[in-house]
Write a new protein. Structure first.
Length: 325
């Protein structure tokens, strides 16, 4: 049986590029060591105590990656978009499933092992926040200061883990689409989306502390299948009956549980998905009418009204704004 090597951060990555932007903003782009795999890490330091780390890579061999806090205490938000991430902590092991996220408080002496497998594709986004700023932002979460004290005693304190919801996916996609840029305006856009994601996730955690919503695994699977159908087939004429049939769930349960679980109705999710996709397509130079038809609206006037109500700007004005960047 071969021994799986333990690799530290400095041996895992090679620095490719460093970009220093105004007001202390720093970008590091690091490639995976060519003997270990392929892919890259992108680190964006916002200069205010918050950093964004986007990882996307595949390995040529099994390794155990040693992860450390680097002498800085605070919180980490990890959103996993691909293969399961298997962590080994001092007291237990934890698996972060695909399309799930967790939030951890960490001390300045934190370290853990990330057990990574050969030929698996990994893709995750981590947001790191220094302790003082996090405690201020996370004030809505119960006992957050006492939990931070517990993190110092045990190196870490697990706050929350759960499914990434539609709102989080949309904000994460904005980070992925805009993360490598030397344009200051686009970097500010990236930072605003990152802050939106942080505030939304903190609010979600605080809200879930007060919820008493339990559901069987089969029905949960059906709800997630329904969401997948909406995300994929948003431009079709979707009915609740069709979605319920394809998701193997009763229509009444679908309507009731979908709203309670995702915090949004099916119709609202379809509309939200269409408009977010439309926003991206408008950036490619298509006309408002073409975009309207592509996302499932027959009448561009109705589409324009919904777009304005959602984003407080008309599709035409949004196109002009993008062209100026």
């Amino acid at each position: 049986m071969s021994i799986i090597p333990e690799i530290n951060f400095h041996n895992f990555l090679d620095l490719e590029k460093e970009i220093i932007n105004p007001f202390g903003r720093l970008i590091h782009i690091r490639n995976i060591n060519k003997n270990l795999g392929e892919g890259a890490y992108f680190w964006y330091d916002m200069g205010n105590g918050i950093g964004i780390l986007i990882k996307k890579f595949k390995l040529y061999k099994d390794i155990t990656l040693i992860e450390q806090s680097g002498g800085i205490s605070g919180a980490t938000f990890i959103f996993n978009l691909a293969e399961d991430l298997n962590y080994s902590f001092l007291e237990n092991d934890f698996t972060l499933k695909k399309n799930n996220f967790f939030v951890e408080l960490i001390s300045d002496t934190f370290h853990a092992k990330n057990n990574l497998k050969k030929n698996k594709s990994y893709h995750s986004i981590m947001i790191a926040i220094k302790e003082e700023l996090f405690l201020e932002l996370a004030n809505p979460i119960k006992d957050i200061k006492n939990n931070m004290k517990s993190a110092y005693k045990n190196m870490r304190y697990h706050i929350y883990n759960g499914l990434i919801d539609l709102e989080q996916f949309e904000l994460l996609n904005n980070l992925i689409d805009n993360y490598i840029n030397q344009n200051s305006l686009k970097n500010l856009y990236l930072e605003s989306k990152n802050m939106n994601l942080l505030h939304y996730t903190i609010k979600k955690i605080a809200s879930n502390e007060n919820k008493d919503f339990t559901i069987c695994q089969n029905r949960l699977n059906s709800l997630n299948r329904a969401k997948e159908i909406i995300m994929k087939d948003y431009n079709q004429n979707l009915s609740i009956k069709d979605i319920a049939y394809k998701s193997a769930i009763n229509e009444c349960y679908l309507k009731k549980d979908f709203k309670e679980y995702f915090g949004i109705t099916i119709a609202e999710m379809i509309q939200k998905r269409r408009l977010e996709v439309a926003k991206k397509i408008l950036e490619n130079g298509l006309s408002v009418k073409e975009v309207s038809l592509r996302v499932g609206y027959k009448h561009s006037g109705n589409f324009s009204k919904l777009f304005y109500n959602s984003f407080k700007i008309s599709p035409n004005d949004y196109k002009k704004q993008i062209e100026l960047l």
